[in-house]
Design a protein. Structure first.
Length: 259
């Protein structure tokens, strides 16, 4: 069994930061393997430990390769990175754009399953997996927090709103978006990290994937980035519970919230 896992490098912004053009200045950013993707990767590794292969695919420039190597250290067998000038020219890589690229990778790799994280910690579109399933005309399951496989079916437990869950059978091949908490992602040993640093990462361009200029038509364009202005300041009440409750009641009454 072969499982293709999408891996994203997610950025975290410092509390205090500066904006540089259409992005946050790199001095105020830290990057790491996307949390949801770490769970998707672990689930794939566990399912293929006895027999199978886990291949990760990442869309990003060469600066993301350290994050890709984290995935290799955590059990992925191979890694593919997709990038070229056409992708770099996009101000936003929206789910439809990513799905078009990933579809071509699926055509090359012919996996039995594709795992994605539910969302990325920075963009939070939460739609790449379902967009890919639509392009492939594959079955799909979202927000998966438990998974059992047999020959032709994935027995999926999905997390729904209101603390509800849904148990459903999804025919294979399928695209599944994996929720945090489905497992406990492993820590990479020093030996695994060393092995991953020496591993080859396959780099492909859109041309090598057979994608023409018309294949990437994004529906989203980023035109500006700014920090929203604060319209009011928070009020902190000091004192005993009785005193602060009385002050809060006065504020509620004066602002008309209770009406």
């Amino acid at each position: 069994m072969k499982i293709l896992v999408t891996v994203t490098e997610a950025a975290t912004v410092d509390t205090v930061f500066e904006i540089d053009g259409l992005g946050v200045d790199d001095r105020y950013l830290s990057t790491d393997l996307n949390e949801w993707d770490a769970y998707a990767l672990e689930e794939a590794v566990q399912l293929t430990e006895e027999a199978g292969e886990v291949v990760t695919v990442t869309i990003g420039p060469d600066s993301v390769e350290e994050t890709v190597r984290q995935a290799l250290a955590k059990g992925a067998d191979r890694a593919i990175r997709i990038w070229d000038d056409r992708l770099a020219a996009h101000s936003v890589l929206d789910p439809l754009t990513k799905a078009a690229v990933l579809e071509a990778v699926v055509a090359d790799e012919q996996p039995d399953l594709v795992f994605t994280g539910v969302q990325s910690a920075d963009d939070r579109f939460g739609a790449t997996g379902t967009a890919l399933a639509s392009r492939l005309d594959w079955a799909w399951g979202t927000v998966v927090n438990d998974l059992q496989l047999d020959t032709t079916v994935a027995h999926v437990t999905r997390e729904l709103e209101g603390s509800l869950e849904e148990l459903t059978d999804t025919r294979r091949p399928a695209v599944l978006t994996i929720q945090t908490g489905i497992n406990e992602p492993r820590f990479a040993s020093l030996q695994d990290i060393t092995r991953a640093q020496q591993a080859d990462i396959t780099v492909k361009s859109l041309t090598e994937l057979g994608l023409s200029e018309d294949a990437l038509v994004s529906s989203i364009e980023q035109t500006a980035l700014y920090e929203p202005e604060s319209e009011s300041e928070a009020t902190v009440f000091d004192g005993s519970p009785e005193e602060t409750a009385a002050e809060l009641a006065t504020v509620i009454e004066e602002t008309g919230v209770a009406q």
